[in-house]
Design a protein around this ligand. Structure first.
Ligand SMILES: Nc1ncnc2c1ncn2[C@@H]1O[C@H](COP(=O)(O)OP(=O)(O)OP(=O)(O)O)[C@@H](O)[C@H]1O
Length: 244
């Protein structure tokens, strides 16, 4: 059960974030505050800098300049221990489905009986009850992504970062994963997710960060950004036009 301190540790702030490679600016975000509590969806065209921003938020990439804070404190090891990330291509161990979950739970110090109960609970959450003994690498794309999300949730994270988790999946598999994400959000997990899919942003987002060319061009309430965007770049992206 999340305690009061972690309930509060959800305000993510970006200050003067800059990343450049070979003299080219890839990310330039002077200021961004994600307050939650509902899912934040990061939207924008290819190469907009969505993944770079997400990786910076999770602490996977150190920016050239600037920093990320959580609840007014620079991102530190404690924060990182309370967050998880799911990638577009699920990264799974060469073990059974259950063993992938067991690996994470063991590292958290759970005893065998508690792990068994938790694994059964997680598998039920992801609709993978019948797959416990199957090799994780033989799962379908949708099942593998469900397992990757369950493994992230097994860490009991305060914040879950997801980078286009459904971009390779069909509508049915996408719907299952969206339900998992919403359930996690309702259970108190802070969700920050990258997507290309405007429909997905409509279904999931409480707030939307719109990016283009390494910049945040707009951030606000999902309905406002999606239905009444303020920037030309957002308007063109949402209208399906070319954004350069
Ligand atoms: N390590 C790197 N070295 C050089 N350029 C990089 C590096 N990482 C990312 N980039 C560039 O930074 C830009 C932003 O990349 P990023 O992956 O964040 O985009 P994105 O918005 O997530 O795009 P997509 O929707 O296509 O995944 C791209 O032009 C990419 O080529």
């Amino acid at each position: 059960m999340r305690d009061l301190v972690s309930e509060m540790a959800r305000r993510i702030t970006v200050n003067g974030l800059q990343i450049a490679r070979n003299g080219t600016a890839l990310l330039d975000v002077p200021h961004l505050t994600l307050n939650g509590p509902g899912p934040t969806l990061i939207l924008g065209p290819n190469g907009a800098g969505k993944s770079l921003l997400l990786r910076c938020l999770h602490g996977l990439i150190a920016p050239d300049k600037g920093y990320v804070e959580q609840d007014g404190v620079p991102l530190n090891a404690d924060h990182k221990a309370r967050q998880a990330m799911v990638f577009q291509q699920p990264v799974l161990l060469r073990r059974s489905v259950a063993a992938n979950l067991d690996f994470v739970l063991k590292r958290q110090g759970l005893q065998r009986v508690a792990r068994k109960t938790r694994i059964a609970d997680l598998l039920a959450q992801g609709g993978l009850e019948g797959k416990a003994r199957q090799a994780a690498r033989s799962l379908s794309g949708g099942e593998a992504q469900r397992l990757a999300i369950l493994r992230a949730l097994a860490l009991d994270p305060d914040t879950l970062f997801l980078d286009e988790p459904t971009s390779a999946l069909d509508p049915g598999a996408t719907q299952v994963i969206e339900r998992m994400i919403l359930r996690a959000s309702e259970g108190g997990v802070r969700i920050v997710m990258v997507t290309h899919d405007i429909g997905q942003a409509r279904r999931l987002a409480s707030d939307v960060v719109m990016m283009q060319g390494g910049h945040v061009v707009e951030h606000g309430d999902a309905r406002q950004v999606l239905d009444d965007p303020k920037s030309d770049a957002s308007r063109r992206y949402l209208a399906g036009g070319l954004v350069t």
